[in-house]
Design a protein around this ligand. Structure first.
Ligand SMILES: [Zn+2]
Length: 112
């Protein structure tokens, strides 16, 4: 998976403190907590683990996720899962919809 050129975490790391400082009147500790989680997500700060391919021996380091419900990285999987579930539901509805003839028959039986 390729990393996008700019992530929300990059913006938070670059301007988060300045944003908090200029909005301290309404800024709540929960907002700060969410921004801190987003900035730390999938970085060495949260730790990680190494995976190695059993065939070629290629190693890759994966950093842990913050698992914060406001984090776009952590919620992208949940969002994709939700979209897939809605697509399945829509597919079922489309496959099980009555034909025009069935609709006409239903309409005629209710009106006559
Ligand atoms: Zn996260």
């Amino acid at each position: 998976m390729t990393r996008p050129l700019l992530e929300v975490a990059d913006i938070v790391r670059a301007q988060g403190d300045r944003f908090i400082h200029s909005n301290f009147r309404w800024f709540h500790w929960a907002h700060r907590k969410a921004l801190r989680a987003i900035a730390r997500c999938r970085t060495a700060v949260l730790g990680g683990h190494r995976d190695q391919c059993p065939r070629c021996g290629y190693r890759i380091t994966s950093y842990n996720s913050c698992r914060d419900r406001h984090c776009p990285k952590c919620q992208s999987g949940a969002r994709d899962k939700w979209i897939m579930a809605r697509q399945k539901e829509l597919y079922k509805v489309l496959c099980n919809r009555p034909s025009e003839e069935e609709n006409r028959h239903r309409w005629q039986s209710t009106t006559h």
